[in-house]
Design a protein around this ligand. Structure first.
Ligand SMILES: *Cc1c(COP(=O)(O)O)cnc(C)c1O
Length: 397
């Protein structure tokens, strides 16, 4: 039996059947490369789903992990911790928010954002508002509240009753949003680029109208930046392309380059919604993960990775559009922002995705026919060019 078959069998024996896995057991990684147990090399253009934005096994982060792991790893949030405060200061310098709450994942960040929005309305504004409005095609996580906000049937199947107080309206439909708002509406939650939903950048006109409507009605605006945030779209935060200032911003994925960390950021005003004892999490921003996240932000800033993602992503999308023109009828559209790219195939693309994997290129297939690329922000142009050529070879057949 090959090592891969052994691993596959162990998984079936020991793990819950929640994941449909790629047919690869990963042994090691470096930068934008992964290796399996047979020594096969892959160009990783998915980066742990927008997590390892500084590449696999980043040397500077390894040094921080080594040093911090011998100094202090975890003491709980019963204590003041310098590392956590250094991180908060650095993170909040990237946007207009005034306060941060740290947690461990994207779902937990969105769950925290929903709780903060409700509590701000109920305890500060004292208006009793609780309703959260989200949009079709959204993905906000897998906790019960966040699958309620996600709204897609496939993520809710078998989990009834789904928590009440969530409404979903068609993305891009300002009339539907206006009609859905009542005096019980606490917040609207939106991704600037829907990831799981198929790499759908929000229409700027719709976004501005939705934001203005929230302001007019006194409804909080939550930006889910779990996937799009942290330099990927060409700015620190994707909402910064549109001149808006969300009341609450959530982050996770790339925040500690692979160690679990999430954050809820809020304006000073809205952060008043939380009081001592109202929300907590044991692991949130322990010393080790905080030190790594701080270094991650420092490197993103120092190496101008937002600008790099914007420029390289623009080049890559032009390059893939060239591929689309070369092979008429194979690609419907190339869309995205920065290094958050969707190549929309004309038909279901499982075979194309498999052929890419066979040639050593890792990307994700979402919504059946969207090849989703979320490479490290440090990815080489040559890797993207090689991917384009491999894709051309496959689509020509
Ligand atoms: C991945 C993702 C989440 C959920 O994050 P987890 O860390 O998996 O809980 C939430 N929102 C968006 C936009 C995401 O891409």
């Amino acid at each position: 039996m090959s090592r891969f078959d052994e691993i596959k069998q162990m998984e079936e024996t020991y793990l819950c059947r929640t994941y449909g896995r790629y047919p690869i057991a990963v042994k090691s990684g470096k930068g934008s490369r992964l290796w399996d147990f047979d020594g096969k090399e892959y160009v990783d253009l998915l980066a742990g789903i927008a997590v390892t934005s500084l590449g696999h096994c980043n040397e500077e982060l390894a040094e921080v992990m080594d040093r911090q792991s011998r100094k202090l790893v975890h003491v709980s949030n019963l204590f003041y911790q310098e590392e956590q405060l250094d991180l908060a200061k650095r993170l909040l310098a990237t946007n207009h928010c005034g306060k941060a709450f740290f947690c461990n994942s994207g779902a937990e960040a969105n769950e925290g954002a929903i709780k903060l929005a409700r509590r701000y309305n109920q305890r500060v504004k004292e208006n009793g508002a609780f309703e959260i409005i989200s949009f079709t095609g959204a993905f906000h996580g897998r906790t019960l509240a966040t699958v309620a906000a996600t709204g897609q049937a496939k993520f809710q199947d078998g989990f009834a009753p789904i928590p009440a107080g969530f409404t979903q309206v068609p993305m891009g439909d300002i009339g539907a949003l206006r009609a859905a708002m009542t005096e019980k509406t606490a917040a609207v939650i939106l991704e600037m680029v829907q990831g799981e939903g198929g790499v759908n950048p929000v229409e700027p006109e719709f976004l501005k109208a939705a934001y203005a409507l929230c302001r007019e009605r006194g409804v909080l605006f939550i930006a889910d930046e779990v996937q799009a945030g942290l330099c990927r779209t060409g700015k620190w935060w994707a909402f910064q392309h549109y001149g808006i200032e969300p009341d609450i911003v959530t982050s996770a994925k790339a925040l500690a380059n692979g160690l679990p960390m999430g954050a809820v950021m809020a304006t000073d005003e809205v952060a008043r919604g939380f009081a001592v004892g109202s929300h907590a999490t044991t692991f949130g921003a322990g010393a080790l993960v905080s030190a790594v996240a701080s270094k991650t932000l420092e490197i993103m800033e120092r190496d101008n990775l937002a600008a790099r993602a914007g420029e390289l992503g623009g080049w890559a999308m032009d390059r893939f559009r060239k591929t689309a023109r070369k092979i008429p009828g194979a690609i419907d559209e190339v869309r995205g922002r920065g290094l958050f790219i969707g190549i929309v195939l004309a038909r279901p693309g499982k075979d194309v995705w498999e052929a890419l994997l066979d040639k050593g290129f890792i990307c994700n297939l979402t919504q059946e026919r969207v090849l989703r690329l979320l490479p490290a922000l440090t990815v080489e142009k040559a890797d993207l060019e090689a991917f384009a050529q491999a894709l051309e070879g496959i689509l020509k057949k």
